[in-house]
Design a protein around this ligand. Structure first.
Ligand code: IPM
Ligand code: MN
Length: 344
């Protein structure tokens, strides 16, 4: 599109603050966007009891993309907004690829001794399945609050759902220099889902003969993420494993303040949604302290997804330059956004 129809969901806590900087950078890179704000999250729930009205989903379907800050607030019972806003958005818009890059930019400190454990750097992407697994809400609890309570969360894995995300991971790997896919699962214990994933990776892999396949159990993967992260190129995994390992991935690549993500529907049948991996950080909300870098990198992913490859690369380069020169002096949310925008 020449003008992006962009839905903006600032959401809770620091969400609106970081999103404002993302929009500032989008403007600075010269891509036109017609934005529509959607008020979703704690404020709306307190005021109306609504989480995600159907009418909002209908309107969102007509947009080119969505930029989201964060959803979640301590004044709302745990799970209400997560299960009521964020996950229904991912499910309704069929965001089956939750794309989470982990790249250690020059000048950024990692808690790892990178020169020793990853002398060639850290640069991988996690393709996290986004619509299935234990996130579907297939479970229940009986005899709640008694000593005999039983709670289940059934992980749903369909051949259709696994195959489409695995295919996406292979395609991404094929477009990267190292052409390597690692399946992360736990097929020694989760034999049903694990074998479905393994078989699917082997079968889909036949269509990508130039892509090498590796496998790690999720527990072992956490060891390698800390001790040898340079081995990873593209990781494909289920929704819950992907949630967990992308926090570790963010930590080793400079922290959650830098971790960007895209909830992508690669078919283009519905708008994709870009958001920082971090949450609403209520402890620092309203203080102008939040680092907007993750949101700005999410804007770069948004641009790439919509075909603005050049603008996307310019935003990423501006972020990289800012990171390289970022000293230890504290800067406000707006100052970081201004500095990155100024480079454009
Ligand atoms: C994330 C978050 C969400 C998730 C929560 C807030 C529902 O942790 O985006 O990683 O588990 O997917
Ligand atoms: Mn998470």
């Amino acid at each position: 599109p020449t003008t992006i129809d962009l839905a903006v969901i600032g959401g809770d806590g620091i969400g609106p603050e970081v999103v404002a900087e993302g929009l500032k950078v989008l403007d600075a890179v010269g891509v036109k966007a017609a934005t529509t704000d959607y008020d979703l999250g704690a404020r709306r729930w307190h005021a109306t009891g609504e989480t995600l009205p159907d009418s909002v989903v209908t309107e969102l379907r007509g947009q080119d993309a969505i930029l989201l800050g964060a959803i979640g607030d301590p004044t709302v019972p745990s799970g209400v907004l997560e299960r009521g806003v964020l996950l229904p958005l991912r499910f309704a818009l069929d965001h089956f690829v939750n794309l989470r890059p982990a790249k250690l930019y020059p000048g950024v400190a990692s808690p790892l001794a990178v020169e020793r454990v990853a002398p060639n750097g850290i640069d991988f992407v996690v393709v996290r399945e986004g619509t299935e697994g234990p996130y579907v809400g297939n479970g229940g609890a009986v005899r709640v609050g008694t000593p005999n309570e039983i709670a289940t969360e059934v992980s749903v894995n369909t051949r259709f759902g696994v195959e489409r995300v695995v295919r996406d991971a292979f395609a991404r790997a094929q477009a990267r220099p190292r052409k390597h896919v690692t399946l992360v699962h736990k097929h020694n214990v989760l034999v049903n889902a694990g074998h479905l994933w393994r078989r699917t990776v082997d079968e889909v892999g036949q269509d990508f003969p130039d892509v090498e396949i590796g496998y790690q159990h999720v527990d072992a993967a956490t060891i390698f993420l800390a001790t040898d992260p340079g081995r990873f190129d593209v990781i494909v995994t289920d929704n819950l494993f992907g949630d967990i390992i992308t926090d570790i991935a963010a930590a080793i690549a400079g922290g959650i303040g830098l971790a960007a993500s895209g909830n992508i529907n690669p078919t283009g049948d519905s708008p994709s949604m870009f958001e920082p991996v971090h949450g609403s950080a209520p402890d620092i909300a309203g203080q102008g302290k939040a680092d907007p870098t993750a949101t700005i990198l999410s804007v770069a992913m948004l641009l790439a997804h919509l075909g603005y490859a050049e603008a996307s690369a310019r935003v990423e380069r501006a972020v990289a330059a800012d990171l390289a020169e970022r000293g230890s002096a504290a800067r406000s949310t707006a100052q970081v956004g201004d500095a990155i925008a100024a480079r454009l």
